[in-house]
Write a protein that binds this ligand. Structure first.
Ligand code: ZN
Length: 467
């Protein structure tokens, strides 16, 4: 439907707008232009192909509109356009100018930029992205490739830049040293989330053995996530690769069977060979990037939580309400440029959204002087009830639960003791089992006069020849 000249015009426009957006972003020291550079290259490539005109369609089109029947051609095309819009009255074309304006606006919103990249990689919606982007240990190692590394670098750059803006007094160099120290220790012990030591002896996986009797379907197993399934498969000496579904199905197929009874194709061919030294170094680099992301995600926990709420609110609002809000924001930001004083913070209070220490009464009100301990998080301490409440959905807790082989669902909110979580899980499993379909009492049969009876009664009647 679209003519070649129009396609070319659109590509030219997109190139110019991309260049414009990138220039604007460089000016305000935003370093997330890479996806746009990539798009620019892609668009340029398409444009060149169209000019090359290998199939001769462009030439054809040009001669059609340059005469001698140019008017007939013109009205013919006009007719086509009119017909298209009559057939598709709801087709709204968003002008490219509007699209790019939105892109520039997105810049103002925390992490939406990184989200665009992530979206391209994973096709998630923003809310899902916001609540799961810190669970990097969930991503299978096979997919942690060069692209993933670029993503991490970009995300980290973004988080650092954002932290710079909301917590300008935080010494990020000092932070880097601290992250590195802690990371080195965890890496050497093999306790860094998502990267267990690759010794792959039965010993290291002994703890990974999963009791399958509690699971009634492979779908339930799948809720444990890729890594947990992998370690459970390794513990049995089985192949451990594949998608989440494949791993869950493979593991579930072993339920109630002895290892000898299993199909030999399920077993791993060779004991997992240790990666080369270069692989190990590459993995360590990736893991260190992840360690930094984890740290920044924690520092920005409050901001992330607010963004989450904000997006949810936005999605619930109508277009009109949204416009009103935007107007309010504009007038707010106009009156904001007054304060620029030196910050006095003798009690070392945490900084608020404005980069200034919060008032002491607010500090007490929010209970930030109270520490909460969580055993599931490896006895990590959280400051204040808010951070504590939030942490149940964050990476450290999610990882702790995964290691226990327990799905991190709402049932386990506020459970911090390993023992409590394990016994609650056992109880839930029991409950599930009793709710499960029980054919002996629940399957319906009909006797000869059409009455509904259960299986047991039916068989009794049949045995007595009463049917
Ligand atoms: Zn926890």
């Amino acid at each position: 439907m679209e003519t070649i000249l129009e396609q070319q015009r659109r590509y030219h426009e997109e190139r110019e707008r991309l260049m414009d957006v990138m220039a604007k972003e460089m000016l305000i020291k935003k370093s997330t232009v890479r996806p746009k550079v990539r798009r620019y290259m892609e668009v340029s490539g398409n444009l060149r192909d169209l000019y090359d005109d290998k199939d001769g369609l462009r030439k054809e089109e040009l001669s059609a509109i340059s005469g001698p029947n140019e008017f007939a051609e013109f009205y013919n095309r006009l007719k086509q356009i009119k017909e298209f819009h009559r057939k598709h009255p709801n087709e709204i074309c968003v002008p490219m100018s509007v699209e790019f304006e939105e892109l520039l606006k997105a810049r103002e919103n925390p992490s939406e930029e990184a989200q665009i990249v992530w979206l391209a990689l994973h096709k998630l919606d923003y809310i899902t992205y916001l609540s799961t982007f810190d669970q990097l240990f969930d991503i299978p190692k096979e997919r942690k490739n060069a692209e993933y590394k670029r993503y991490l670098e970009m995300l980290l750059e973004y988080l650092q830049d954002y932290t710079d803006r909301v917590k300008p007094l935080l010494d990020q160099n000092e932070l880097f040293g601290k992250i590195q120290n802690e990371f080195e220790k965890k890496w050497d012990n093999g306790t860094f989330p998502g990267w267990p030591k690759e010794t792959s002896s039965a010993l290291t996986h002994a703890g990974a053995h999963l009791d399958l009797s509690a699971f009634s379907s492979w779908e339930e197993l799948a809720s444990l996530g890729l890594d947990r399934l992998k370690s459970a498969l390794l513990a049995l000496g089985l192949k451990c690769g594949g998608t989440l579904e494949e791993r869950a199905q493979r593991l579930f197929s072993t339920k109630g069977k002895s290892l000898e009874a299993l199909d030999s194709s399920l077993f791993a061919k060779n004991p997992k060979t240790k990666g080369s030294k270069r692989d190990t170094e590459r993995n360590k680099d990736l893991a260190f990037l992840e360690a930094q992301v984890y740290e920044y995600v924690e520092i920005l926990g409050e901001q992330r939580h607010l963004t989450h709420e904000n997006v949810q609110r936005k999605q619930a609002r109508t277009g009109e309400e949204r416009e009103e809000e935007e107007e309010e924001q504009i007038s707010e930001s106009e009156s904001e440029d007054e304060e620029n004083e030196i910050i006095y913070n003798p009690k070392n209070l945490p900084l608020g959204w404005d980069g200034k220490p919060i008032p002491y009464w607010l500090y007490k009100l929010h209970g930030l002087n109270i520490n909460y301990n969580c055993e599931i998080c490896g006895n990590y301490t959280y400051r204040g009830p808010k951070a504590f409440q939030r942490h149940f959905a964050e990476w450290r807790h999610a990882h702790g639960m995964r290691c226990l082989g327990i799905p991190n669902t709402a049932h386990f909110a506020n459970v911090t003791q390993i023992e409590d979580a394990v016994s609650l899980w056992a109880k839930l499993k029991q409950q599930k089992a009793s709710e499960r379909w029980q054919p002996d009492t629940e399957e319906e049969y009909e006797d000869s006069s059409g009455n509904v009876v259960n299986k047991k009664t039916y068989e009794d009647l049949k045995r007595q020849g009463l049917l």
